[in-house]
Design a protein around this ligand. Structure first.
Ligand code: SF4
Ligand code: F3S
Length: 104
């Protein structure tokens, strides 16, 4: 599966949503997550994200994000089409420590 990481927080560009063939993105207040049991591993979302927030879970050190994606995709609403990203999204791109500061 692919997972959304903390780089998405407060950016929410949503280009990923547009390209996913199985609509497996779920929307929280500050970030999106992927439902790992629905993702078919096609990989098309990864290069679409301007924040480079999406990674394959085969990369090292992503256990925390896999867990978070699984947990919240069961709680948050499904998102099937792109909406406007936050007006200040670019201010948060490439910021470190967004999970601690802004996740909700
Ligand atoms: Fe959707 Fe493919 Fe990305 Fe999985 S890898 S979330 S199926 S676009
Ligand atoms: Fe987030 Fe990137 Fe999608 S910032 S909403 S994972 S395009």
């Amino acid at each position: 599966t692919y997972v959304v990481t903390d780089a998405c927080i407060r950016c929410k560009y949503m280009d990923c949503v547009e390209v996913c063939p199985v609509d497996c993105f779920y929307e929280g207040e500050n970030m999106l997550v992927i439902n790992p049991s629905e993702c078919i591993d096609c990989g098309v979302c990864e290069p679409e994200c301007p924040a480079e927030a999406i990674l394959p879970d085969t990369e090292n050190g992503l256990e925390q994000w896999l867990e978070l994606n699984a947990k919240y995709s069961a709680e948050w609403p499904n998102l099937t089409s792109k909406k406007d990203s936050p007006a200040d999204a670019d201010d948060f791109k490439d910021q470190e420590g967004k999970f601690e500061k802004y996740f909700s």
